[in-house]
Design a protein around this ligand. Structure first.
Ligand code: PLP
Length: 407
């Protein structure tokens, strides 16, 4: 069966060029980059080159790049490293649609006595910047707002947000895990203080990431140990993966244009065709300000998980913002924050593309999905009620459902 992989916001294929660049560092080039001898030194030079490649991708200085184990660690380090260096401040500001790597750190801090402000979003997934202005105080240690949302692809105006935050002398971090490699980001022109990125979202392997820390930003290490990463992150460098991330940064620069032309055109065609051929379908999120690869659609009155299973049977990989666990319905915290009606939030499916997708992939989904939706609606009591004009049950309007944010 042909595999059509449209779940690139979950993880990406490691590019063959990246694998090739990594291989010598599993065998011959195994030295420790911190060692004094020539054998470690030659590895150190490759790590330096990888740092330059990652810096070049985001318009940073190589000294401003700290290698980490993943996007989650970068997010944790940005928040905790800032709090450690402003011990007197007890307030942080985030958005309600952050990834759990930020959201759950904030919740844990709240349990330890910090004050957390979670900014809400409107129906398109956008923030109210006037609200942001009003919540900042002298006690605010950090504002952390993602660059692009992983579920909807909605982009936040992070440069504008950073400027507002700076007016109050507060540092600004962005989780750019989903935007790096998909849209241009240039720290030389942006006021952002810290930025998280993750290898496996840009065709490097899982388990490597980086945190950009602008020169002059107050930061204390989150992973405490040796003097690696100029004292900002202890632990012997994961050399092969760092080399892979460097090569993937180069790959991302080489393919950025393609992401925003060919890949975007594939996404747009997929979305337009599905909207045309399947009734009661809607796009979630701000369609004008979105990643070029992401499409989040809701098919009303059916379950996203059932759609995913039937797509999977046809070789198509996507994901859903709806999860049904132990009988309690829990659409994602992102779709709930957008106020997507329950009838639609449950039937949400995210398609996320990469440069490895082609027209045949999209043709396969366009041909396969409409009959799947029809099949599921044919057995859906909610669709039957809708078609017959009967009132919706509280089950579908969310009347009986407990609301709480989950990871
Ligand atoms: N932030 C965002 C927006 C993400 O989408 C993800 C991964 O899904 C992460 C952080 C976590 O990255 P990692 O899987 O490298 O820990």
């Amino acid at each position: 069966m042909r595999t059509v992989y449209l779940d690139n916001n979950a993880t990406t294929r490691t590019a063959p060029e990246v694998v090739e660049a990594m291989l010598p560092f599993f065998s011959d080039l195994y030295g420790n980059p911190s060692s004094m001898h020539f054998f470690g030194g030659q590895v150190g030079r490759h790590v330096k080159q990888a740092r330059e490649q990652v810096a070049a991708l985001i318009g940073a200085h190589p000294d401003e790049i700290v290698f980490t184990s993943c996007g989650t660690e970068s997010d944790n380090a940005a928040i905790m490293g800032t709090l450690y260096s402003y011990p007197e401040k007890k307030h942080i500001v985030i958005s309600r649609v952050e990834h759990p790597a930020v959201l759950n750190v904030a919740h844990q801090l709240q349990a330890r006595g910090y004050r957390i402000t979670e900014l809400g979003v409107d129906r398109e997934g956008q923030l109210d910047l006037d609200e942001l202005r009003t919540v900042l105080t002298d006690d605010t240690a950090l504002v952390s707002i993602m660059s692009a949302n992983n579920e909807t692809g909605v982009l936040f105006p992070i440069d504008e947000i950073a400027a507002i935050v700076h007016e109050r002398g507060i540092p600004f971090h962005t989780d750019a895990v989903q935007s790096i490699g998909k849209i241009p980001m240039d720290m030389a022109k942006s006021p952002i203080d810290m930025l998280s990125l993750s290898g496996h979202k840009l065709h490097a392997p899982k388990g490597v990431g980086a945190l950009y820390i602008r020169k002059g930003t107050r930061f204390a290490p989150f992973v405490v140990g040796g003097h690696q990463e100029a004292g900002r992150r202890g632990g012997t460098e994961n050399v092969p993966y760092i080399i892979g991330l460097g090569r993937a940064a180069q790959f991302a620069m080489d393919h950025l244009q393609e992401e925003n032309t060919r890949v975007k055109a594939l996404r747009d065609r997929l979305e337009a065709e599905l909207l045309k051929s399947i009734p009661n379908t809607m796009v979630n999120g701000d369609v004008k300000n979105r990643l070029p690869n992401t499409c989040n659609l809701s098919f009303e009155y059916i379950e996203g998980e059932s759609i995913l299973m039937l797509l999977s049977d046809e070789g198509i990989c996507a994901s859903s913002g709806s999860a049904c666990t132990s009988g309690s319905l829990q659409p994602s915290h992102v779709l709930r924050a957008l106020g997507v009606p329950f009838t639609a939030a449950h039937g949400s499916v995210r398609f996320s593309l990469s440069v490895y997708n082609n027209q045949e992939d999209i043709d396969h989904v366009i041909a396969t999905l409409p009959p799947i939706i029809q099949r599921l609606r044919d057995i859906s009591p909610f669709w039957k009620d809708y078609v017959e004009g009967k009132p919706m049950s509280s089950f579908l309007t969310g009347g009986d459902i407990e609301h709480h944010v989950h990871g």
